[in-house]
Ligand binder design. Structure first.
Ligand code: AMP
Length: 144
């Protein structure tokens, strides 16, 4: 448990939350300021800052719960669709530094929007960047 972490305090029961699922590794509860009603946060019980810090076992547990919850949320809210969202790092909009996956129920013509002007690769920039990423990935695998 991280002393000043609001989600660790929720896990410890020091701050109330509207829990929808709990097991030894994972907790899920309703977001207090939802984009749509039913907007849920799925978190690992252990304190990891972001996605890339979560060990595979905890990540698998989280995603398995998220998949079941997405179905339950759609059934409970009547939403025909949902978004999964994870902000990782302050620059990406992460406000609570305890890894969490948002599940956001979506409705026709709701006011939720995830959009940005799209960029275009010039010249060989696209295959060059793909090659660079493959190289970094191979080095990471070597170092594991
Ligand atoms: P993020 O910007 O990805 O870090 O999102 C943090 C989310 O946590 C926001 O959507 C907040 O509304 C939500 N949140 C913060 N405090 C609480 C809380 N005590 N209970 C439920 N949700 C919370």
């Amino acid at each position: 448990m991280e002393k000043n972490c609001v989600f660790c305090k929720i896990i410890a029961g020091e701050i109330p939350s509207a829990k929808v699922y709990e097991d030894s590794k994972v907790l899920a509860f309703l977001d207090i300021a939802p984009f749509n009603f039913g907007h849920t946060l799925v978190i690992p019980k252990a304190h990891y800052h972001c996605f890339t810090e979560i060990p595979a076992e905890d990540l698998t547990a989280m995603m398995t719960v998220a998949q079941k919850l997405a179905v339950a949320l759609m059934r409970a809210t009547g939403a025909p669709a949902y978004n999964l969202l994870m902000n990782n790092g302050q620059v990406a909009g992460q406000e609570v530094p305890h890894a969490h996956l948002h599940i956001i129920p979506r409705h026709v013509d709701d006011t939720v929007a995830f959009s940005a002007p799209q960029k275009h690769y010039e010249g060989d920039a696209l295959p060059e960047l793909a090659a660079k990423i493959r190289e970094k990935l191979a080095k990471q695998t070597e170092n594991q």
